[in-house]
Design a protein around this ligand. Structure first.
Ligand SMILES: NC(=O)c1ccc[n+]([C@@H]2O[C@H](COP(=O)([O-])OP(=O)(O)OC[C@H]3O[C@@H](n4cnc5c(N)ncnc54)[C@H](OP(=O)(O)O)[C@@H]3O)[C@@H](O)[C@H]2O)c1
Length: 217
């Protein structure tokens, strides 16, 4: 399996990780899959076919250039510490929303109202790793159903402080079946996290194309 593009590891194979991995394979992109349980990664890799392979978390991170941490906010913080060595020099994708169940069937923010998960995670990043807030602006259902929409793609927003990696990120988002739109640096993350102005479960309210975005913004 070789598509000559930066290799992507998807760590965590729940709602978001499974969709990201499936979208990437549809977009003809190699993926290395890892999760808590190796069996989960193996089963999904078998289902997705020749572009997907399973690995243990440390090996998946080592082999990839781009690492999607498709786990909860608190788990991302743990993984950044546990795999600090393996993550050095990698592009780290953070799709997280800093929320927890509110006990009434909804979700509540678990950090300050003016804080973003992106900024918190940025402060914990291992040396040389480059953080991107991306792949979390739509719910998993829309991330699956809106991918590769025709004739106009749906937009996925991203934020990063490092302009030198824009093309790798945009390639990743395009191969997921979406049109990338950079909104600025990590300090802008709050706008694309849940409850934010550009999130499906925030002011934006739905997946949008670039043309629809222009009418709103
Ligand atoms: N769900 C959505 O619609 C949505 C939308 C936007 C953003 N997000 C964000 O995306 C992230 C993932 O959400 P999700 O809904 O996909 O969660 P999820 O369904 O609970 O999946 C999490 C996955 O991560 C694995 N995992 C947990 N801790 C791990 C660790 N330390 N090492 C390796 N794998 C680990 C879990 O394995 P086990 O099952 O074995 O524990 C599971 O496969 C969250 O940060 C969330 O805020 C979710």
């Amino acid at each position: 399996m070789s598509t000559n593009k930066p290799k992507v590891a998807v760590i965590g194979l729940g709602n978001i990780g499974k969709v990201v991995a499936s979208n990437l394979v549809k977009g003809n992109r190699e993926v290395i899959l890892a999760s808590n349980k190796f069996e989960d990664a193996k089963a999904l890799a078998q289902q997705l076919g020749r572009l997907a392979k399973a690995a243990e978390v440390a090996a998946a991170i080592k082999e990839a250039e781009i690492v999607v941490l498709a786990v909860w906010f608190s788990s991302i913080q743990e993984l950044l510490v546990k795999y600090a060595t393996e993550l050095q020099g990698k592009i780290v994708i953070d799709p997280s929303n800093p929320i927890a169940p509110d006990g009434k069937g909804g979700f509540t923010k678990i950090i300050g109202s003016d804080e973003s998960a992106g900024q918190v995670i940025s402060s914990l990043l291992p040396n040389g790793a480059k953080l991107v807030k991306a792949l979390g602006t739509l719910g998993a259902g829309s991330l699956a159903s809106s991918a590769f929409q025709k004739p106009e793609s749906v937009v996925l927003f991203y934020a990063t402080d490092d302009n030198s990696i824009n093309s790798q990120i945009e390639g990743l988002i395009k191969d997921n079946g979406f049109e990338p739109v950079r909104i600025g640096g990590i300090e802008q993350s709050i706008r694309i996290e849940v409850f934010g102005e550009l999130h499906e479960f925030g002011a934006l309210g739905k997946p949008v194309t670039r043309a629809e975005l222009k009418q709103i913004a």
